[in-house]
Design a protein around this ligand. Structure first.
Ligand SMILES: Cc1cc2nc3c(=O)[nH]c(=O)nc-3n(C[C@H](O)[C@H](O)[C@H](O)COP(=O)(O)OP(=O)(O)OC[C@H]3O[C@@H](n4cnc5c(N)ncnc54)[C@H](O)[C@@H]3O)c2cc1C
Length: 433
């Protein structure tokens, strides 16, 4: 087991850090100013994208890219430390064409699109000329259990007709967002080979449909703020009323939306966790700097024992989480998404807890300023709080982990008896083989 990043990744880290330092950080204030004035994305983003692509810092995330597709073909493990660096600046990922939810959507299209869908949607996404969104959650049902989803899809001649309401759809307000991947109920009770029992059928009733954002009947109702934060790319409520698309817009097989969502959510989920590590590293660095500069009651804040504990605990927690992120990335590289499911669930919970805990300490150290928009901390905390819910609430992941542990225990039931000692054994003649 080698804990050193390979030379190729070390070189890319240095290149990416230098690029961020030289080209992105000087624009940070301008980015916030433009967004505050309603200009989104700021005009310099396209120039930065072009520069990043020229330097080879483009599509860093997709291991399975073909030779004719633009990108670096890094494994998930190699991508992790780079996502960590991009995570420090919430708008950085777009410059390198590595933003959520596009990365997950590109993975999905890469796996399941037809040649025509590939040409129409995947290629422009890989080129960064369009953006996309993924619409699963609905206001009227508990969306943490996707078997509840009610948005319908019916066939009408050569068309698919969609009706329903989605919400918290990230990225849908981005002016370049042209594609909505909609998860909907197709009404079929499964397509034959997909199992006979009711529980299996429940997982074969949903399909994914590629819907252009300008399709008549699709209405962007509102961009929902997350706590007090207004994200310019949007977490949107979307109404679909008799939305008609050609039947060729079905992605993958009808009724297989669940299995496809699993494939999408593996790498997509872990990218959030990688960026979390970067945000927590920055929060810790800011916290340390502040404690060395600020004085209260005749001491630097760094001299208070509780503050030192917060710093130390944060370091321990970040390093533990990073190891789990890297291990999960490695598992995704070497096993099917399905077989890494439990590890992805684990890191998803760990990352959300890490982000709210570490950033909360940093906010406390900064005093009132920590709650203001003058530091990145308020946004990091807000995002951390959202991470406890998005891509599935913590409780659902914990349930999956517990179920997995209990299944393993059930398989081995009785195998641990040698660890017990009964009174009869203790009374018996010593018997050592
Ligand atoms: C910032 C943000 C961005 C998002 N982006 C997207 C997006 O791009 N696309 C999209 O489709 N959705 C998106 N979502 C929605 C997100 O995926 C859902 O909010 C999430 O799946 C939970 O669904 P729900 O809100 O309906 O909660 P519910 O399903 O109503 O659950 C509510 C609560 O019930 C409890 N609970 C549920 N199940 C269990 C269980 N098995 N055991 C114990 N307790 C349980 C949990 O405490 C849970 O938080 C986003 C959400 C946020 C906050």
């Amino acid at each position: 087991m080698d804990f050193e990043y390979p030379p190729k990744v070390q070189a890319l880290r240095r290149q990416l850090e230098a690029f961020m330092e030289r080209y992105l950080l000087p624009y940070n204030a301008a980015w916030h100013q433009a967004v505050a004035q309603g200009v989104y994305p700021p005009p310099f983003i396209e120039d930065l994208k072009e520069l990043a692509r020229t330097e080879g810092l483009w599509n860093l995330f997709l291991p399975g890219l073909r030779e004719d597709e633009p990108g670096t073909r890094l494994s998930n493990l190699e991508y992790a430390p780079l996502a960590e660096i991009m995570g420090r600046l919430p708008w950085a990922s777009e410059v390198f064409n590595c933003s959520a939810p596009d990365t997950g959507n590109m993975e999905l299209l890469h796996l399941f699109s037809t040649p025509e869908q590939n040409r129409q949607w995947l290629r422009p996404l890989l080129d960064g000329t369009i953006r996309s969104a993924f619409a699963m959650s609905e206001p009227d049902v508990a969306s943490s259990d996707p078997t509840n989803l009610q948005t319908t899809m019916r066939h009408e001649g050569e068309q698919l007709v969609l009706n329903g309401r989605k919400w918290f759809i990230t990225g849908a307000a981005h002016p370049a967002c042209q594609l909505l991947i909609v998860m909907c109920r197709c009404g079929s009770e499964g397509n034959g080979a997909n199992g006979n029992n009711a529980s299996s059928a429940k997982h074969h009733q949903h399909s994914m449909v590629l819907v252009p954002m300008d399709t008549p009947g699709l209405t962007l109702v509102r961009n929902i703020p997350i706590l007090q934060h207004h994200a310019p790319e949007g977490h949107c409520e979307i109404l679909l009323r008799d939305v008609r698309v050609p039947a060729s817009h079905l992605l993958g097989l009808e009724g297989e939306g669940f299995a496809m969502a699993q494939a999408r959510l593996g790498p997509g989920r872990i990218h959030h966790c990688m960026r979390t590590i970067g945000q927590c590293e920055l929060a810790l660095a800011l916290m340390c700097e502040r404690t060395l500069e600020r004085q209260a009651f005749g001491k630097h804040l760094s001299d208070f024992a509780n503050v030192r504990d917060w710093i130390a605990e944060s370091r321990l927690e970040i390093d533990q989480a990073r190891l789990l992120v890297l291990r999960t990335a490695w598992l995704l590289d070497h096993h099917a998404s399905r077989d890494s499911r439990i590890d992805v669930s684990a890191i998803k919970v760990v990352a959300a807890r890490l982000q709210t805990r570490v950033v909360d300490r940093a906010v406390q150290v900064f005093g009132a300023m920590g709650l203001s928009p003058d530091t990145p901390l308020a946004w990091f905390w807000t995002w951390g709080r959202a991470l406890h819910l998005l891509d599935g609430p913590d409780e659902v992941h914990l349930r999956a982990i517990a179920r997995h542990e209990l299944d393993r225990a059930r398989e081995n039931l009785g195998h641990l008896s040698a660890y017990f000692t009964t009174p009869e054994q203790l009374r018996a003649e010593p018997h050592i083989r």
